[in-house]
Design a protein around this ligand. Structure first.
Ligand code: ASP
Length: 451
């Protein structure tokens, strides 16, 4: 059995949903179809999920609700009409939205409920369309077994989910399942992170032990570097879970990083494919891969990082210094990315969006007072550039090549971190050098001379 997930642009219009139906029809093994909410049809379009967030805000702030609700309903109406479905489905969707608004409770859970309606209603619509063209299908709600943890922790699927859903897709009909959310044991709806339909697809693929998880999107493959920055980057045919994880950490947004966990656990291969060009082979994510002659498979870059710098003479001899420092950060509900350190100093790299001036002030004060540090301060505006490849492990001189390529751009390397697995090498540079560094590194590792 194949589980296939179609992202927002793949289900953004009637025409796109027709392509989805053709893809599903082309292989009878495609028994489980996970759908996102309708996404962008053109570059300045607004995703239904964003329309729903806007609607939720209007409800919470007693703003202009009706016009915002109609915007959402109209997106579905247009799709339903384009697919030749009768009006009943749009009425079902409107009624569903009004019901969710009327049962508003806790703020966060209310927003989750409205956000999730995007995929939930789309799954109903897609199932209806499949049936209308003779593809026997049924909508299945995550209520049937996708059980998630309670708030306030970030949402993840509980282990029983895999047992609950193991027989999904074994019947005659194609299952159309909404992505992005599940229900707690008490029946409370919770969404995953943005882009979380990838996670749902992965959970279902793991639950039914699918032979393949196909993730349909709008690009032919995953590229070795961001095509918006690097001119015509090499496409990736095969990549390991570990490599993909490292790349998606720093900005490779084609596949959600949390979506790798379930498929990785059960060793299910993933194929990233293009709904607009389904015959292209796409990118396969596998437990292992054949070497392709290059030590590096991809280079990612992401910005929005800050560092907390702490120095104290004889830090290396002080038992528990690192733990106490990280505990202060934990108590501010902040997660950290890397902790490069020297003999008497340590930096903690943090995603800047977790910080506020008040939090920074409290942290600096506590580190000074409780840990008696000599110097403590925050710096902002860093980018992390990550070079990834299973072939890097046995490759001597790779760090030197990377550092030399970066130095040619004039950027100062603020931090270097090599993961213990030696599959990745991370460089911290000032944000303004990010694109230049990415291009220089790409040239170093991907131009023909470098092979
Ligand atoms: N629709 C949700 C989002 O825009 C989830 C998804 O598409 O995967 O984030």
């Amino acid at each position: 059995m194949i589980v296939c997930k179609f992202g927002g642009t793949s289900v953004a219009s009637a025409e796109q949903i027709q392509k989805v139906a053709n893809i599903v029809k082309a292989n009878p093994k495609r028994k489980i179809v996970v759908v996102s909410a309708p996404g962008k049809r053109f570059s300045d379009d607004i995703k239904v999920t964003d329309l729903l967030i806007d609607l939720a805000d209007a409800v919470l702030q007693n703003g202009e609700v009706e016009a915002k609700l109609q915007k959402v309903v109209n997106r579905y109406k247009e799709i339903a009409e384009g697919l030749g479905l009768d009006e009943a489905i749009s009425e079902v969707i409107e009624k569903d939205l009004r019901g969710r608004i009327a049962s508003k409770t806790d703020k966060d859970l209310f927003v989750d409920s409205l956000k999730a309606s995007g995929e939930d209603n789309n799954a109903k619509l897609v199932a209806e369309y499949f049936n209308s063209i003779g593809l026997k299908a049924k909508y299945v709600s995550p209520k049937e077994g996708l059980v998630v943890n309670d708030p306030p922790e970030r949402t993840f699927a509980l282990p029983e989910t895999y047992e609950n859903l193991k027989d999904l897709g074994k019947g005659e009909e194609i299952v159309v399942f909404p992505g992005f959310f599940g229900y707690t044991k008490d029946g409370v709806l919770r969404t995953f992170d943005r882009g979380g339909s990838d996670i749902t697809g992965s959970i279902l693929a793991a639950a039914v032990k699918a032979e393949l998880y196909e993730n349909f999107t709008d690009v032919d493959c995953v590229f070795s570097a961001n095509p918006k920055v690097v001119n015509d980057p090499v496409g990736i045919e095969e990549i390991t879970y570990r490599e993909m994880r490292e790349l998606s950490y720093a900005g490779f947004s084609v596949f959600h990083d949390e979506a790798l966990i379930p498929v990785f656990k059960f060793g299910i291969p993933v194929n990233i494919k293009n709904t607009n060009n389904p015959s292209a082979p796409g990118t396969r994510i596998m437990p292992t891969r054949k070497p392709n002659g290059r030590p590096v498979i991809g280079i990612a870059a992401d910005h929005g990082f800050s560092t907390l710098y702490v120095s104290k003479y004889l830090m290396n001899r002080e038992i528990g210094f690192g733990r106490k420092l990280l505990q202060i950060i934990e108590e501010e509900q902040i997660s950290y990315e890397h902790t490069p350190s020297g003999v008497d100093d340590i930096s903690v790299i943090i995603r800047s969006n977790q910080l506020t001036p008040e939090k920074e002030e409290r942290i600096v004060k506590r580190v000074k007072e409780e840990l008696h540090a000599d110097d403590v301060y925050f710096r902002h505006g860093f980018s992390m550039i990550v070079i990834v490849g299973e072939g890097m492990r046995k490759n001597k001189g790779l760090a030197a090549r990377a550092a030399s390529a970066i130095s040619k751009t004039g950027a100062n390397i603020e931090m270097i971190n090599q993961g213990s697995s030696e599959v990745s090498l991370v460089f911290g540079v000032l944000q303004e050098y990010e694109d230049q560094c990415l291009r220089a590194l790409y040239e170093e590792f991907f131009t023909p001379v470098a092979i």
